[in-house]
Design a protein. Structure first.
Length: 426
């Protein structure tokens, strides 16, 4: 059995850089956990602390429930494949893979058996006699993995092991890595900055930004219910449409989400209505993935955006239309720091109740807080180009009007700080 637990782990480098900020994470036995985030967010630092190559500034690391900070790397039953893996150039593939076994004093015959078995599993059985310089990039990568796996570690740490490879080989090796680690039942932590790779490989994904853990869950969970605006913006292709909306509550009737020129209405009996109603008179971010948008005829009733195609992108199996709907998009700045502002946003609902008590439900002009998203300064705004999926090579083109209906139950809501508004069930 092999589990990994990080307990409120922080790493501050001597120059004051906080690389990892109070991260707590549990990896189950046999689980394939992917650490996902942009360059510099602290992924490698997390792995290096687990491996024992760096010490946390604060917090604790447990392997199999036991604190390991006092244990040197070699006693942690961990194997690691690095971003910039290196093979011994003067050794053959067979010798490279068998080297850790040789160091542990294993006899040549059982050593060779283990090498042959793992090389076979990795599809490099044919090249065992070659030197690294005589291999392709993908083969070298497999040798590095074989060398890491050959001692049958309890925990396998992989730091962007496919980053140097072309996309075809990456896809092939992705499938091989997941099937191999699952077959062996080895607990794996796999680092990548590629969201597609994370979603296809992981049992669970942990998403980091600037050292802070943003969300943890199965690929379906983090995709369907991202905990923060940042996670919403990071996962999925095309990127989630993130639109700024002003909220107007018509008590007991509906909530109007005003996108500038157009408005969507959320019925009062929507389970999320009360949570969104707290933002009456304020601006929030509404997230709509392309799959929640369906082209319809312009006279369709219900939640519909009327737009005009700005441009088309052809992807072979589908085309993406980008619509001008007169709305404002929020662009999440991936590399900016975590938004630490703690301003209260709770008073809106009470204000709304007071304003609307006994009054006719006329829209109330937004006051005071409108524009607050730009004050936060971590995101910027631009005219929205709403990404919509179309059949390949559609008959319509740029300049054409297009109406799209919005699946309201698939819409996401985030507050000015980027936190999901309707937290709760998953
Ligand atoms: N030895 C070090 N001394 C000082 N700062 C460091 C050191 N190693 C890393 N850092 C900094 O810590 C932060 C996190 O680095 P880390 O290597 O963990 O990022 P990463 O998520 O693995 O990025 P990448 O995807 O580019 O590999 C970065 O700001 C980096 O510059
Ligand atoms: Mg790294």
């Amino acid at each position: 059995m092999s589990t990994v637990a990080l307990k409120e782990v922080t790493k501050i480098w001597p120059d004051g850089t906080t690389a990892v900020d109070n991260v707590s994470l549990d990896v189950q036995d046999g689980e394939f956990m992917v650490l996902l985030g942009p360059s510099g967010c602290g992924k490698s630092t997390v792995l290096r602390m687990i491996a024992g190559l760096e010490d946390p500034t604060q917090g604790d690391i447990l392997l199999n429930g036991e604190p390991v900070l006092e244990l040197p790397p070699r006693d942690r039953s961990i194997a690691m494949v690095f971003q910039d893996f290196a093979l011994y150039p003067h050794m053959t593939v067979s010798e490279n893979i068998g080297f850790p076994l040789k160091l542990s004093g294993i006899e040549p015959t059982p050593r060779q058996e283990r090498v042959d078995a793992i090389a076979g599993a990795l599809g490099i059985g044919e090249v065992l006699a070659r030197r690294p310089s005589q291999l392709s990039g993908g083969q070298r990568q497999r040798v590095a993995m074989g060398r890491a796996m050959v001692r049958r570690p309890g925990i396998f740490l992989m730091d962007e092991p496919l980053s140097n490879l072309d996309s075809g080989l990456r896809a092939e090796l992705r499938a091989e890595i997941t099937s191999m680690t699952r077959e062996l039942g080895v607990t794996t932590m796999y680092v990548t900055h590629d969201q597609a790779e994370a979603l296809t490989m992981a049992d669970r994904v942990a998403i980091m930004r600037k050292g802070v853990l943003q969300d943890v869950g199965t690929p379906t969970e983090v995709y369907r219910r991202p905990a923060t605006l940042y996670v919403a913006a990071f996962l999925g292709s095309p990127k989630m449409n993130l639109l700024e909306a002003a909220v107007y509550v018509h008590l007991d009737q509906y909530i109007a989400l005003s996108f500038g020129e157009q408005t969507l209405y959320m019925p009062w009996n929507d389970p999320r209505a009360r949570a969104v109603a707290r933002y009456h008179g304020e601006r929030i971010v509404v997230g709509i993935r392309a799959e929640a948008l369906t082209p319809v005829t312009p006279d369709t009733q219900g939640p519909v955006f009327q737009g005009r195609i700005r441009f088309l992108e052809h992807h072979g199996h589908e085309s993406l239309a980008y619509l001008d709907i007169g709305a404002t998009a929020i662009v999440v700045d991936e590399m900016s720091g975590p938004v630490t502002e703690t301003r209260s946003v709770g008073g809106g609902f009470r204000k709304a109740l007071q304003r609307l008590a006994g009054q006719t439900p006329e829209p109330v002009a937004p006051q005071g807080r409108v524009g607050v998203l730009s004050e936060v300064g971590k995101h910027h705004r631009k005219p929205a180009e709403l990404a919509v999926r179309l059949a390949p090579y559609p008959a319509i083109g740029p300049g054409h009007p297009l109406a799209v209906s919005v699946r309201m139950d698939a819409v996401h809501f985030f507050d000015e700080r980027g936190d999901r508004i309707d937290v709760g069930w998953r």
